[in-house]
Design a protein. Sequence first.
Length: 380
Amino acid sequence: MKILNLYQFDIHDQMIDALTYNLKKQGIESDSLNIITWRFKGHHKNGKPFIISIFAFLMIIPKVRNLLIKLFRTKILLTLSEKYSIVDIHFFSPIYDELIDELKRRGRNVKITIWGSDFYRADNSRREQQRIIYNKVDIIQTETRQICSDFLMVYPECANKVRSAHFGIIQFDIIYELLQKGSNEVYKKEMGIPTEKITLACGTNGSAGHQHLLIFESIKKLSPEIKEQLFLLIPMTYGGSKPYFETIKQKADALGLPYKLISSLLPLHDVGKLRIVSDIVITIQKTDALSSAIMEHIYAGGILIAGEWLPYKILDENGVFYLTTPLESLNETVSDTIENYNSVKNKCMENNVRMAKLSSWNIAIKNWLAIYNELDKMNH
């Protein structure tokens, strides 16, 4: 069995790397390629395949870049895929439609791994296009059972090929290591955050889908006594546009509260510290499949306040404590949480143990292996 993982977003590099690393620990050959940047990581670390190296080199020439993508990307990927028994498409978008058609025509085994918003944010027209491809591939993998259930409401005809397996969180190991060496207070001091303040993280990245402005509106309505206790963390490290970033900065300034806006990508250990110092995290994203960032916040001991519409049932099923709120009650939920901070925090005490059982790679990799083994048997 030899697996090629195809993906297209830089922000997925770490999770794809962790997947291929943990497959390697299990003796499975697994390579990965970002089809936008042509970042290739091979099982044997022998460098890029020659065809990828040539194409990546030509892609640096601005005048021919778009032409090369239009004419040759699918052909290049088809040539590369001949070395693999399984092709895993991560985050399903139109960029893969033609490729999947060709892969299936040539008898390759293909899996689509749904990350969440590739399903939830697809409009009706795109969902019908996806239906055609879903019916052609061998297995469709969802991150959670909740996504699986929602998916089958739309595509009931795919019931016999849908499986669930989630990514493990490599950041858990880093957070654990950091907590052995320091504490919430230690890392607050290191980051210039007053230790007497309750740190409130507003979302986890710079995407407008995090609805930062609505979070700010709720904070604005808090009583002066509650506001006095707060320090805001505003992570904007990826996913947003420059105009949106400027708007967020202006609105944060207008709140009149101390805050730290994080705009540059952080090393892994600094990401771990960011999770540890976040006493409370608010996520009212329009859609989310329980991102690794949210799970890291919970593992690090933070209190999660989540929009009640988000599909986080897997947390309930595993006994993880968190708070949900309708959008119109966010202000009251935040206020109540801060007023009863110590008692709410105590309810989070076992969350790290429960999250480790839920999302450590040692546990998660077993389900991935079962799915890949099932796919591999289809070759025989």
